[in-house]
Design a protein around this ligand. Structure first.
Ligand code: ADP
Length: 296
């Protein structure tokens, strides 16, 4: 299974990714973790990324694209992966499409964790306090000031991916304000409803019509309990600070083109909620997105 977890900083992507790793026996690929490891190791990528990350900005697309291009080819990712923190821009998403196409890999779903922004500061503060309590070093960007910048980066550069993936009908939206277990259950529910992850659950069929799963109106109760821990696949590996591979360069190039195409019609989906056959019941989320933007 190949998944993307999408959501603002503090939405719970890392927490949920860990649970999905256990459940489905796939690896979590967190560009944030990989970049932090590169910074800690003082690699050339780390040196470039350090100040950008500490200030809440985004590391250049070509760097993260090449990291991911290398990483998804590693043997431990053969069974599937969860991308956490990537893609974060439309060009990154387009590059990923291109990479997956080249490698004949299919993306199963993009899971958006939808959260109330007001709760994020508290979550990030809790995370910092817990890290401190464990005697570990707190992330340089887990401060209220930098969080504000990370949120601004998210809104400007990452939130457009919600439209990007809605248009491609791969978006599943989950309410990220429920309890951690509640969110996990809801993710499992929407994934099994589209038939994804059947391998990890030991059952082969989708639970319901895809359409219903792609437009969950309200969090439904899930009867199925997560299957016991699947084999733990290797976790966050942080290496690779080498030059962009050929495939990555090609992907980045294709991505620029695709991003331009996407950029030309960004308002379309919000203005005209999908209604056609099989369309994700997009009118609701689309409106919400529009509203959210209008408020800002
Ligand atoms: P968050 O908790 O804010 O989602 P992450 O751990 O995913 O943070 O990432 C931390 C920082 O690493 C980001 O603020 C950004 O500077 C950098 N980063 C991570 N992933 C990417 C990416 N895909 N593109 C650009 N920058 C990235």
């Amino acid at each position: 299974m190949r998944l993307i977890l999408l959501g603002p900083p503090g939405a719970g992507k890392g927490t949920q990714a860990q649970r999905l790793v256990d459940k489905y026996g796939i690896v979590q690929l967190s560009t944030g973790d990989m970049l932090r490891a590169a910074v800690a190791a003082g690699t050339p990528v780390g040196l470039k990324a350090k100040d950008i990350m500490a200030s809440g900005g985004l590391v250049p697309d070509d760097i993260v694209i090449s990291i991911i291009a290398d990483r998804i080819e590693q043997p431990d990712a053969a069974n599937g992966f969860i991308l956490d923190g990537f893609p974060r821009t439309v060009p990154q998403a387009a590059a990923l499409d291109e990479l997956l196409k080249q490698k004949k890999m299919k993306l199963d779903a993009v899971v958006e964790l939808k959260v109330n922004e007001g709760a994020l500061l508290q979550r990030v503060e809790n995370r910092a306090a817990e890290t401190r309590a464990r005697g570990e070093e707190v992330r340089a960007d887990d401060t209220p000031e930098v969080l504000a910048k990370r949120l601004a980066s998210y809104r400007a550069q990452t939130e457009p991916l919600i439209d990007y993936y809605s248009e491609r009908r791969s978006l599943l939206t989950v309410d990220g304000m429920m309890s951690i277990d509640g969110v996990t259950e809801e993710i499992s529910r929407v994934l099994s409803a589209i038939g994804a992850g059947a391998k990890g659950t030991g059952k082969g069929t989708a639970k319901g019509p895809v359409k219903a799963a792609r437009a969950p109106r309200k969090p439904a109760k899930v009867s199925r309990k997560p299957a016991g821990a699947a084999k733990k696949a290797g976790k966050k590996t942080a290496k690779k600070a080498k030059k962009p591979a050929k495939a990555a360069r090609k992907a980045a190039k294709g991505a620029k083109k695709a991003a331009k195409r996407t950029a030309r019609k960004p308002a379309k989906r919000s203005a005209k909620p999908a209604g056609g056959k099989g369309a994700r019941k997009a009118s609701k989320p689309a409106k919400k997105v529009t509203k959210r933007r209008a408020k800002r």
